[in-house]
Ligand binder design. Structure first.
Ligand code: SAH
Ligand code: SF4
Ligand code: F3S
Length: 439
């Protein structure tokens, strides 16, 4: 039996796909295929955070229905499955089952129930033990919580993934140890608000917070690097930042989603922090870890955003000079608060697109300017990618603080730690030369 799976959206969906793959491999004997025509089961793991990918879903289902083998099943999973539920089967009768983002552990169940729809966002699989997917590699994702308790006015995620529940510490430690035993060197902890870890468990549990979890994970022998995404700026108290700085295994790069630089817009978004708080946290962080890598998410054109509000976002960009920036035009989503505010509050599409272009162009310039400052610096990278062909030879990896460095003309082992000097830049990208292999 062959499985074809398409995964859209964020790292959580990637992890959910890994879970479904391992369940299907272990319990149903499926093997992965990269050819949908060849598959007995086609899964689409959907994202609904913005409108565009959601719109594409139905044309995609149509394509798969046309090319699939006779008797092959189509399942729609993930966030769009959660909030559209049985409407998906009504609109696209070729779909055999719908499985919500909060119901991943039921994959082998729905497979055998014709037209099953399992999308409850109250379902709790925070203590379900998934198998480790085969071929995990040197980097692995690990969910530390499910759902999200925040009520950001623009965001559909709480409506697709339900309330926030932390995964018990003993399960996390077992899973992390299993991953390390299978050759993993770097673990990425996942949650919508990772630094709110421990706020609620669904089983009796000792008191623990995110800093405590990081301390426990640090003790695992053979684990070299810990990363996490996303922390919430609201929960970035001094204790968290100090543990981030102190912990030897925690990589010194961090995603700090800004969303907007305007205090007024942040209030309308219900983010719970101000421009000043955000900048204060960055200042504190940089005083503790001067070379820290910082990435962010920004939304432009949120309802009522004025030119002055947008200028606040540009101010924060100038002050922080993010190493990576994911930026989007606001997209109204069903079930969210801001979608009901009416047209008069909306920012015109052209204005929003123009703001996005200004933001992205300035960020590109910043990356170019900052890349030059990296020349001559030495970093230890974990080699994550390499290629050797008659046309090109290169290796690539990330430094602890998140810098992606490409080493041309050298074929280095994936999983090795290599000391690299930055010798050139290409736009905002860094080119390095190896100095020594460390492990
Ligand atoms: N929990 C994370 C975000 C998860 S959603 C956090 O709080 O940062 C990923 C990103 O998608 C968000 O950071 C936001 O920038 C973007 N996003 C979410 N809803 C959106 C919407 N309605 N329109 C445009 N972008 C949106
Ligand atoms: Fe969405 Fe806000 Fe939760 Fe992030 S914190 S997932 S943006 S509601
Ligand atoms: Fe992730 Fe998209 Fe769902 S960003 S949480 S897969 S809506």
């Amino acid at each position: 039996m062959k499985l074809y799976i398409e995964t859209l959206g964020c790292a959580m969906n990637t992890r959910d796909s890994e879970h479904m793959i391992s369940e299907l491999q272990k319990k149903e004997g499926y093997e992965l295929t990269s050819d949908a025509k060849d598959a007995d089961l086609i899964l689409i793991n959907t994202c609904s955070v913005r409108e565009k990918p959601e719109r594409k879903l139905f044309s995609e289902i149509g394509q798969f229905a046309k090319i699939k083998k006779a008797g092959a099943k189509i399942g729609v999973c993930g966030c769009t499955a959660s909030h559209m539920g049985e409407q998906i089967i009504k609109r696209a009768p070729s779909v055999d089952f719908v499985l919500g983002a909060r119901n991943v552990s039921k994959i082998t169940e729905v497979l055998h129930k014709p037209k099953a729809v399992e999308v409850s966002i109250d379902y709790d699989d925070s203590t379900y033990v998934f198998d480790v997917a085969k071929n995990t590699g040197i980097k692995a994702l690990l969910n530390i919580s499910i759902g999200c308790d925040k009520k950001c006015a623009y965001c559909i995620v709480p409506h697709t993934r339900g309330k926030e529940i932390s995964i018990p510490l003993d399960l996390l430690l077992k899973e992390a140890n299993k991953l390390v035993a299978s050759g993993v060197k770097e673990i990425m902890l996942l949650g919508q608000n990772v630094n709110n870890y421990g706020a609620r468990f669904s089983v009796p549990h000792e008191k623990i917070d995110f800093a405590g979890l990081l301390r426990e994970l640090e003790k695992i022998e053979g684990l070299h690097r810990i990363r996490f995404t996303s922390p919430h700026p609201l929960h970035m108290d001094d204790a968290f930042l100090e543990e981030f700085a102190r912990n030897k295994k925690v990589c010194k790069s961090i995603h700090i989603p800004l969303q907007s630089g305007s205090t007024q817009i942040l209030r309308a978004m219900r983010r719970g922090y101000t421009k000043e708080w955000y900048l204060n946290r960055i200042k504190k962080l940089r005083s503790l870890v001067p070379d820290v890598g910082i990435s962010t998410d920004i939304i432009v054109g949120f309802p009522t955003e004025s030119d002055a509000d947008f200028q606040d976002t540009m101010d924060v960009l100038e002050a922080v000079r993010f190493d990576t920036m994911y930026s989007f035009v606001y997209s109204p989503r069903p079930h969210t608060e801001s979608a009901s505010w009416g047209q008069e509050k909306e920012v015109e599409k052209e204005v929003a697109s123009k703001r996005l272009a200004i933001l992205q162009n300035r960020h590109k310039e910043i990356l170019k300017e900052d890349a030059k400052k990296e020349l001559g610096k030495t970093y230890t990278i974990l080699v994550e990618n390499n290629k050797q062909s008659p046309v090109e030879v290169f290796s690539e990896g990330r430094s602890d603080n998140g810098r992606l460095i490409k080493i041309q003309g050298e074929f280095l082992d994936i999983g090795s730690f290599v000391e690299v000097e930055v010798v050139a830049t290409d736009g905002g990208s860094l080119i390095g030369k190896s100095k020594a292999v460390k492990a």
